[in-house]
Design a protein around this ligand. Structure first.
Ligand code: ZN
Length: 223
């Protein structure tokens, strides 16, 4: 870090809160804490340390920014499962440390710093983005769970049943459970309509050859 201030370069021992100056504003008291920021975007992963020491105000501002950035950019890679909570826990611990410090003041007997402690930034959960990203993630997981639901019954299989939608007079068909009213049974699934001996319906470039049941509506593409 290059933003060490003079008092630290001159070798004042960095132990005890009264010995440290804030790395941002040079005020005291400061604590030797660091905050962590994780960015995880699919394959781009970064875990950075925002190094102190920080006074109460600068520490809180740095902690909020690092945590908010981790929430918005740090939930999107496989390793984020580990790294994002790690950043949160460390930041919470550091937050407790800096909040225990007294109000930052210039060091006694030293020329007043022309730097002021950082203004408090917006709290993490009063930032809209801090809610959008987790909400999006929850929606994503929910959709993935629905799509992969192993208990969902697959209806578009050989032996499955089809109800023809005659209302729209288009050759649309719904795959239905065979204990519901249906017009035809799927006899095979082909990649070309020519492979079907008789009626068929097409969905997503797959051709479902149909065998009509008694009393069924006229089947589409019957030959
Ligand atoms: Zn400060």
């Amino acid at each position: 870090m290059t933003d060490l201030i003079d008092s630290q370069r001159t070798g004042r021992p960095e132990t005890g809160p009264d010995r440290l100056d804030c790395a941002v504003c040079g005020h005291v008291p400061a604590a030797g804490v660091s905050f962590y920021r994780h960015v995880g975007l699919v394959v781009y992963v970064r875990f950075t340390r925002v190094q102190g020491p920080f006074c109460r105000d600068c520490g809180l501002a740095r902690m909020r920014d690092a945590t908010a950035e981790t929430i918005t950019s740090g939930l999107w890679s496989p390793v984020s499962v580990v790294l994002a909570p790690l950043a949160f826990i460390r930041n919470l611990r550091g937050r407790r440390t800096v909040l225990a410090l007294a109000k930052p003041v210039p060091r006694a007997g030293q020329a007043a710093s022309n730097l002021a402690p950082l203004p408090p930034t917006r709290p993490v959960f009063r930032r809209v983005k801090s809610w959008l990203a987790p909400a999006f993630l929850v929606a994503l997981v929910a959709v993935a769970a629905l799509v992969n639901d192993p208990s969902a019954e697959r209806l578009n299989v050989v032996g499955g049943c089809v109800e023809i939608d005659t209302f729209l007079r288009a050759d649309t068909a719904d795959f239905v459970r065979c204990d519901e009213p249906h017009d035809a049974v799927i006899t095979s699934i082909e990649t070309s309509y020519e492979s079907c001996a008789g009626a068929y319906v097409e969905q997503l470039y797959r051709y479902y050859c149909l065998d009509a049941v008694d009393g069924a509506a006229p089947l589409p593409n019957a030959r």
